[in-house]
Design a protein around this ligand. Structure first.
Ligand code: NAD
Length: 285
């Protein structure tokens, strides 16, 4: 057998990656109706998920928190033929109830709910955890980033039939200390734990609840975390796959979890992180 030329390996890899970007999975989400929260711009993880769902045949409703965000979200949502684009600040019960009522005007059921929301006051995301984690920062981070999953799940449950699913986005800072991630790590731990409790509870109604633990990505939310830029370049060297992930990786994972491919998967935290979470000490040198 002739030895493999490294150049051929590179060419094959490049071709596979190009195919991957164009890949379609034959209408995995055909007929499904998905509510997408958390699009802020075209770098948002939720936007990559929305595009993938749309490409696979889903109908979409988008939510945004407040007028300032609407200007960013509306053009993106309209480009995918959104059935509705709704104001919903998840820190407000009235907003959540109104969003459900508005969804009822266009659909009689919801098959997928994407929770892609995270927020903590900026001052809490830089510096020593004990010093910067005020009662108010804790309350806001927990409310917006973790409780909102429970609040949205409860509100949308009456519209969800057996086979429906909910997915949210977490990060490794829920499991291990990531400096400066601080109270967001605590909130993500609550989000992941809530995923398990909701999965058990809503499993009785045939509704699945899962979470994607994504590797670091340059998005608006991430820009609020001190040292993010350095962390991204260091991370790319340390993951088993020696690279960072992309928003589209989360989108493909969401397709798996929210389509019938994942029909017996629930309460799971799926790491989409180029293997980052399995690494302990990177180098003994
Ligand atoms: P992003 O800034 O694009 O999305 C965050 C979204 O949260 C925004 O659309 C914002 O409007 C929304 N939001 C904030 N407060 C809200 C409120 N009160 N009501 C409703 N929506 C509100 O950034 P992203 O990185 O795409 O974040 C999406 C999710 O992914 C978040 O849960 C984030 O913690 C998680 N995540 C991000 C990374 C990363 O490195 N970027 C890694 C792992 C997990």
């Amino acid at each position: 057998m002739s030895p493999i030329d490294p150049k051929d390996v590179e060419v094959t890899r490049a071709r596979m990656e190009a195919d991957d970007v164009r890949a379609s999975y034959g209408g995995l989400m055909r007929g499904k109706r998905a509510v997408i929260t958390g699009v802020a711009n075209d770098r948002s993880i939720a936007w990559a998920i929305a595009q993938a769902f749309h490409a696979e045949g889903a109908e979409l409703v988008f939510t945004y928190p407040g007028e300032a965000m609407e200007r960013r979200v509306r053009p993106l949502a309209e480009s995918l033929g959104a059935k509705a684009i709704l104001d919903c600040d998840v820190a407000k019960d009235d907003d959540i109830d109104r969003a459900v009522a508005d969804v009822r005007k266009v659909w009689d059921r919801v098959d997928v709910l994407v929770h892609s929301i995270g927020y903590a006051p900026r001052e809490a995301l830089a510096g020593r955890f004990a010093d910067v984690t005020t009662r108010e920062a804790w309350r806001v981070a927990m409310d917006v980033s973790a409780y909102s999953l429970v609040g949205l799940a409860r509100a949308f449950k009456p519209l969800m039939r057996p086979g429906a699913s909910i997915v949210s986005l977490s990060y490794y800072g829920a499991e291990k200390v990531v400096r400066n991630y601080n109270v967001m790590g605590v909130a993500k731990a609550a989000l992941e734990c809530s995923t398990r409790y909701l999965a058990d509870d809503l499993g009785a109604d045939g509704i699945r609840v899962n979470c994607i633990s994504a590797g670091p990505l340059k998005t608006l939310a991430a820009a609020g975390i001190k040292g993010m830029r350095d962390m991204l370049s260091e991370n790319a060297e340390r993951t088993p796959l020696r690279r960072n992930i992309e928003q589209e990786d989360c989108a493909r994972a969401a397709l798996y979890l929210c389509s019938d491919l994942g029909k017996n998967v629930t309460g799971e935290v799926l790491h989409v992180d180029a293997g980052q979470n399995i690494v302990g000490v990177v180098s003994m040198g």
